[in-house]
Design a protein around this ligand. Structure first.
Ligand code: SF4
Length: 161
């Protein structure tokens, strides 16, 4: 293991982009040999760490919790990547936007469960909330495109000899 510190996270998404990452199967191993996975839904780490080099973000920003996490990710990451179309343009997660927040809440949650994250009025792509450095589009992005993009970013981070 060497190279940068990698994090992955999902906000308002379906987890399909992470499934696509896992669909690299054994091809995930050489990628993980080039970096240290420091935070991910695939691991049991509760706090988003400091000094992350690359964070892959699946999903749009749909509630206040997502917004706070997006802002934290930005403060703690050198490179933030929108992973998939929900992060990049809202996609499926933003289908509720034409309805407005209140009808959605009344229709789906009546009453909203205690402790439920408060919905934003509109679901936003990640770059409307924080600065994003790169985009890997697709619903979900193909596994090899994710691996190629992360590989290139790790290459850029590597100290030149
Ligand atoms: Fe799911 Fe597609 Fe959105 Fe990824 S881009 S979270 S696969 S709906």
């Amino acid at each position: 293991m060497s190279g940068g510190r990698l994090a992955t996270i999902w906000l308002s998404g379906c987890s399909g982009c992470h499934m696509s990452l896992l669909n690299l199967h054994e091809r995930l191993l050489p990628l993980l040999e080039r970096c240290q996975l420091v935070y991910s839904p695939l691991m049991d780490i509760k706090e988003f760490p400091d000094a992350v080099d690359i964070t892959l973000v699946e999903g749009a920003v749909g509630n206040h919790e997502n917004r706070a996490m997006a802002e934290l990710i930005r403060r703690h990451s050198r490179i933030v990547v929108s992973l998939g179309d929900c992060a990049a343009n809202g996609n499926v997660s933003a289908l509720r936007n034409p309805c407005g927040r209140t009808p959605v809440l009344e229709t789906v949650y009546s009453p909203p469960p205690p402790g439920a994250a408060e919905l934003e009025e509109r679901v936003m792509p990640l770059h409307r909330i924080i600065m994003v450095d790169a985009f890997i589009t697709g619903c979900p992005p193909e596994p090899d495109r994710i691996a190629a993009a992360v590989g290139e970013l790790l290459e850029k981070l590597a100290p030149s000899s």
